[in-house]
Write a protein that binds this ligand. Structure first.
Ligand code: 6R9
Length: 653
């Protein structure tokens, strides 16, 4: 087993558990019997779940795994994903139900009913068609959290084009590599965005990114901040001019269940992000099912709020596809949680009577830091289910969330999943599970997960090892865009003999057989729930002329889960100017990747600890970053190197 964060050690001693109230159990969407039913007939269970959707043509076969590791679900079936998320609700008489209560950061707001959403999506679909976008084409989207972001994604889905949403905080270089990799024909962005009370440019980044980008024919620009933008004639068009001129009727064509829906890039263990490919029928089935089961969601009654950004998979599955397929009424908030004050989320919950709230541990820990007296000032009695996602949640944060946000009454669901899994895989069920603070607990009905040792043998209760998924699932990735070999190597080669999907996470069973996630076992860091690879940051650092070599580790951080600590060796021609050098290099990383990848700390060192085969021993660097005595150094090529590093650092501080 690879090294694990010592901060997670306390997980193994956690013994508290919380059963749902009798009232919650009685009214819950899902009962414990679902585990058995799905266990007896998995495919039959998934066929039942697919019945949540409206299919143009039914499937001939639930699962075809003969081309493993590429699955085909609901073979022969066809459907339109956008029709399922919008039109069918309008046709069923819910045109006037609010789909989105949008709250802008400066305080502006907009409510969109399902009827209005249908009109917007149809117009945007017609606009994309008028720009020459067709089925199978790729559209890159870099937008703030405004309704047009959701409309743009659904418009792509409606015409069978793949969207590739790129988080707004990514640098021009990061956007460019994603646009090139997918050969996007259209890029959708906005003039600017509101962040922390200020208007910040967005199109300017896109312009920089797209200089000379060959595949891009059109840039569609949403007006958000009203700030001046530069304009490339013949390439740039305003959303309000092109989209609003379109007809509001568009017939949604059905696509094959395996028609690609989107690409979403995520960090892997190398510098190059992976374009994770998802398809239609299976993905939407699991998105809808999990949103129904894990959040106990009731259409027309609940007000749901997932605080993620659509630039991440959580935004895709639990803002756009799952909730809209289930006819949710949801809050979408544009801005930061402390603008204009630290009670903003609680104010929004009180005002909109939010009943289901889904957020990330890093934010919960931030709220803890701001103080429990802040949420205490608001009426949070509308809440009934709380969710967590993105990284392991430490028991203290879980307890605080339950007590100060959930009023000790709301079940807390800790949901484990990945960009690659497409939807939630391991989670308590709010009306079934006796929830343990810090544990994702059990694979959902229909899903199978195991903790195995190096040899792929399941470990006994109490044992630890690697998390694997040993059965295919409907929302599973169908590949890495343009790189099938990497898809096989990354996920399917580690336990090839057994045919297990290797998730890259360490996990353990407790004595009851419940699963506790322990963080990544590879070179992927988890910063505030965002995946960033050590290699990505290292290549950004060495691209600076002053840097000869760099090694990056994720060190335990009380707020962000992990913080990036970089060790750099400067070139002979460069001098160490202390904090100035560190600042320069931190800013350089922000320019290369984006502000989320800025190292928390940069340490200039004379050498790096390497094995005889030249592999950097990050474990030892992590010891330094976390202020521990470096561990076993016997496999180092030069065992004195750690002394040189630590002496140098002590001199500096
Ligand atoms: C949905 C999402 C996936 C990685 C995953 C794991 C970590 C996510 C977690 C969790 C422990 C949870 N992770 N949820 N770890 N408990 N409830 O976050 O997708 O951005 O692809 O990250 O995040 O390490 O492998 P993604």
């Amino acid at each position: 087993m690879t090294e694990q964060s010592p901060a997670l050690d306390n997980l193994s001693t956690e013994t508290r558990s919380f059963v749902p109230s009798a009232e919650f159990v009685a009214g819950a969407n899902v009962s414990g019997e679902w585990y058995e039913r799905a266990g007896v007939d998995r495919e039959g269970f998934w066929a039942e779940q697919a019945g949540r959707l409206s299919w143009e043509r039914g499937w001939d076969r639930v699962l075809d795994w003969s081309g493993a590791p590429v699955a085909r679900w609901f073979v022969g079936g066809s459907l339109n994903v956008a029709y399922n998320c919008v039109d069918r609700h309008v046709e069923a008489g819910f045109a006037d139900q609010v789909a989105i209560h949008w709250v802008g950061e400066p305080g502006d707001r907009r409510d969109l009913t399902y009827g209005q959403l249908r009109v917007e999506v149809c117009r945007a679909a017609n606009a994309l068609v008028s720009l020459g976008v067709g089925s199978g084409d790729r559209v890159a989207i870099q937008l703030p959290m405004i309704p047009e972001a959701i409309v743009a994604m659904l418009a792509c889905a409606r015409i069978g084009a793949l969207h590739s949403v790129v988080f707004g905080g990514f640098s021009p270089a990061a956007l460019r590599s994603r646009v090139d990799d997918a050969a996007a024909k259209v890029v959708i962005t906005s003039d600017g965005q509101y962040r922390r009370g200020k208007a910040a440019p967005m199109k300017a980044n896109v312009d920089e990114a797209l200089a000379g980008a060959e595949s891009v024919e059109t840039v569609l620009v949403v007006r958000r901040t009203g700030d001046e933008v530069s304009w490339v004639q013949g390439r740039d068009v305003w959303w309000h001019e092109v989209v609003e001129a379109q007809s509001d009727s568009h017939t949604a064509e059905a696509f094959d269940a395996e028609h690609p829906l989107f690409i979403l890039y995520t960090s892997g263990t190398t510098g190059k992000p992976k374009g994770i490919l998802h398809t239609s029928g299976g993905y939407l089935t699991q998105a809808a099912y999990t949103h129904h089961a894990v959040f106990d969601h009731r259409a027309g009654e609940d007000v749901y709020w997932c605080t993620a950004d659509i630039g991440w998979v959580t935004g895709h599955t639990y803002i756009v596809y799952g909730p809209l397929a289930n006819r949710a009424t949801q809050v979408v908030y544009e801005g930061t949680p402390n603008t204009p004050h630290e009670g903003r989320h609680w104010e929004i919950i009180a005002e909109h009577k939010v009943s289901i709230y889904y957020t990330a541990p890093t934010l919960i820990r931030t709220f803890m830091k701001w103080g429990a007296d802040i949420p205490a000032r608001y009426d949070l009695s509308s809440l009934r289910v709380l969710g967590s996602v993105g990284e392991p949640i430490n028991p203290e944060a879980w307890m605080w969330y339950r007590e100060h946000i959930g009023g000790e009454r709301c079940p807390v669901v800790d949901t484990w999943w990945q960009t690659e899994t497409g939807a939630i895989m391991i989670s308590p069920l709010p009306g079934v599970t006796a929830a343990k603070p810090g544990s994702a607990q059990r694979a959902l009905p229909g899903i199978s997960a195991k903790v195995v040792d190096d040899q792929g043998v399941e470990v006994p209760p109490g044992g630890g090892g690697y998390l694997v998924l040993d059965e295919p699932w409907p929302a599973m990735l169908r590949g890495i865009w343009g790189d099938e070999q990497r898809f096989r190597d990354t996920y399917w080669s580690r336990f090839a003999e057994q045919g297990f999907y290797f998730a890259g996470d360490g996990a353990k069973y407790d004595d009851d057989g419940d699963i506790w996630l322990l963080g990544r076992v590879d070179d992927v860091m988890n910063i505030s729930g965002h995946r960033i690879s050590t290699t990505e940051v290292e290549s950004a650092l060495v691209s600076h002329p002053d840097v000869a070599e760099a090694a990056v580790v994720g060190a335990t951080d009380p707020t962000t889960g992990q913080g990036i600590v970089a060790f750099v060796i400067l070139r002979g021609t460069a001098t160490d100017h202390g904090t100035d050098t560190a600042t320069t290099l931190r800013n350089h990383v922000a320019t290369e990747i984006g502000p989320i990848a800025k190292p928390r700390q940069i340490l200039v060192v004379p050498e790096l600890p390497k094995t005889r085969s030249g592999k950097i021993m990050r474990r030892l660097l992590r010891d330094i970053a976390e202020n521990r005595e470096p561990g076993d150094v016997t496999t180092l090529a030069d065992t004195t190197v750690m002394d040189h590093i630590t002496t140098g650092l002590n001199k500096n501080t």
